[in-house]
Design a binder for this molecule. Structure first.
Ligand SMILES: Cc1cc2nc3c(=O)[nH]c(=O)nc-3n(C[C@H](O)[C@H](O)[C@H](O)COP(=O)(O)O)c2cc1C
Ligand SMILES: [Mn+2]
Length: 470
């Protein structure tokens, strides 16, 4: 069961619906507050994906939370547990697979331009109480082309409505999309951009994966799918988009374009402030017949951002780190902003080398790094916390790295200092080598398996009954 070559979003929605993980709300709902409240309750309770069939004022249904719990996210890859995930990602992405360009695709069944463009009719949802207004762009993927290399980039950046054909573009300078725009601005040229939504879950996942520069996320998608993604050329701009997308917005960002955008409730669990951001001008829209819009409520874990950005970027980081440091067994990264590395400790200073590698070579900027020994289950925070409490001596094991580039939405940083962060690296491995050198020991109380075996042999089923208290 390793299916990941979803033909489109609809195939995946059918798959999760059959398994009780997607429901429809047929009643009309209010985009000002009702989608906010319902999606929040669904996320907080790890509930199903929800399709809102009728939103007041909008012409199309909206699906939310498509891969917002662990089960559905893993299903996108045909997997069922996290401990397999990083290795599977590495295995599948050894060789990237470029897309197949096809002559036509369902995403272009309907064409809209000029005065007929009105994003308010497509998605008008205010996801959080104090958002500046509707944000159709939560799971909207911005696709741009590097003017030097012709390589495409795909990234998800927040987009709020400024006018029926204009959306703010929340891509800060450290993102690849913005770096393309910086190049176009230097050339004094408008940047063509396509914004898509309503795609198969692998497209969502690669679009929020933090990769190194110069990686076309759709090549990564091909590798994860095990076969090329089919793409078509846009109608009015020189950009290729996944052929089965539900919606494609085509347009431009002009040099020097800047307007206030936001605030907006963010993946950190706090509101992100208003920013002066570039504006995307929509010149055409294409969509499928009976299209379904895709969005999500951003919030703290549990949420779609935590999984889609967190786990995918974790896997890319794991892949890069394996080539740099020995003994890395697993990695668990939280999108806000922690990496936990499990290692087979081989030498003094090994954990510090891992901490440096995570700070220096990953693109997600994990400001907090914890390194644990191979006996710690990193998928269980209780075990990690136990290691922190029993293996760390602060003046010996805590490393602080001052003044590094951080995330613009980190709420620990006040407005004036935004963009900076400092690193906290904790070596939570036991200094076994010191113990051994001096002939000392710190035996674990669970390290006498012979006793357990003896008890099991003598008590058998009776012991199970006692433990289960039945
Ligand atoms: C729902 C959602 C919203 C996001 N919004 C933003 C955003 O507003 N700005 C941002 O920089 N990243 C945002 N991200 C994360 C980026 O998609 C991610 O960092 C990705 O790697 C960016 O692509 P790039 O590395 O090609 O620039 C969002 C992710 C998700 C799932
Ligand atoms: Mn990128």
């Amino acid at each position: 069961m390793l299916k990941s070559d979803w033909k489109d979003m609809r195939e995946f929605l059918d798959y999760i619906t059959e398994r009780g993980e997607c429901v429809h709300i047929k009643e009309e709902v209010d985009p000002e507050w009702e989608v906010n409240g319902i999606t929040r309750e669904a996320l907080q309770n790890m509930g199903p994906a929800i399709v809102f069939d009728k939103i007041k004022g909008a012409d199309f249904p909206l699906v939310t939370g498509m891969i917002a719990n662990d089960k559905r996210f893993l299903w996108a890859f045909g997997l069922d547990k996290w401990s397999d995930f990083n290795e599977e990602w590495v295995r599948r992405t050894k060789q990237l697979i470029p897309p197949k360009i096809v002559a036509s695709g369902p995403c272009q069944e309907v064409f809209i331009e000029g005065k007929d463009i009105d994003v308010n009719k497509i998605c008008n949802v205010k996801w959080h109480e104090y958002d500046a207004g509707p944000f159709p762009g939560t799971l909207s993927v911005s696709i741009t082309k590097d003017p030097d290399t012709g390589l495409q980039n795909a990234g998800i950046y927040r987009m709020g409505t400024l006018a029926p054909n204009r959306l703010g573009w929340g891509a800060p300078e450290y993102t690849h999309g913005r770096q393309h725009y910086i190049k176009y601005e230097r050339l004094g040229k408008p940047m063509p951009m396509a914004v898509i939504t309503g795609y198969d879950p692998i497209v969502e996942i690669v679009s929020c994966t933090r990769t190194g520069p110069g990686v076309d996320e759709f090549h990564l998608a091909g590798a994860l799918r095990g076969e090329p993604l089919e793409m078509v050329k846009c109608k009015t701009i020189d950009i290729e988009v996944p052929a089965t997308s539900e919606f494609v917005f085509e347009g431009y960002i002009y040099p020097g374009s800047r307007e206030p955008e936001g605030g907006f409730g963010e993946y950190t669990g706090y509101y992100g402030e208003t920013r002066i951001n570039p504006v995307f001008e929509i010149t055409a829209i294409t969509h499928r017949h009976n299209p379904i819009y895709l969005g999500t409520r951003e919030q703290w874990y549990p949420s779609e951002s935590a999984l889609a950005v967190g786990r995918s970027s974790q896997a890319e980081a794991y892949k890069v780190l394996k080539t740099l440091v020995p003994g890395l067994l697993d990695l668990r990264c939280d999108v806000t902003y922690e990496a936990i590395a499990k290692i087979d400790k081989l030498f003094k200073g090994h954990p510090q080398q891992v901490i440096d590698a995570i700070w220096g070579s990953t693109y997600a900027r994990y400001k907090h790094v914890i390194v644990v020994d191979k006996d710690i289950d990193i998928w269980d925070y209780d075990r990690v916390h136990w290691a922190l409490s029993t293996r760390v001596l602060a003046d010996r094991d805590v490393n602080i790295l001052p003044r590094r580039a951080g995330q613009w939405l980190d709420p620990a940083i006040p407005l004036r200092e935004k963009g900076w962060q400092s690193g906290l690296g904790i070596d939570a491995t036991m200094p076994w080598e010191e113990y051994e050198f001096w002939g000392e020991k710190a035996p674990l109380t669970v390290d006498d398996p012979a006793t357990v075996q003896k008890v099991r042999d003598k008590w058998g089923e009776k012991l199970n009954k006692i433990i289960d208290n039945k």
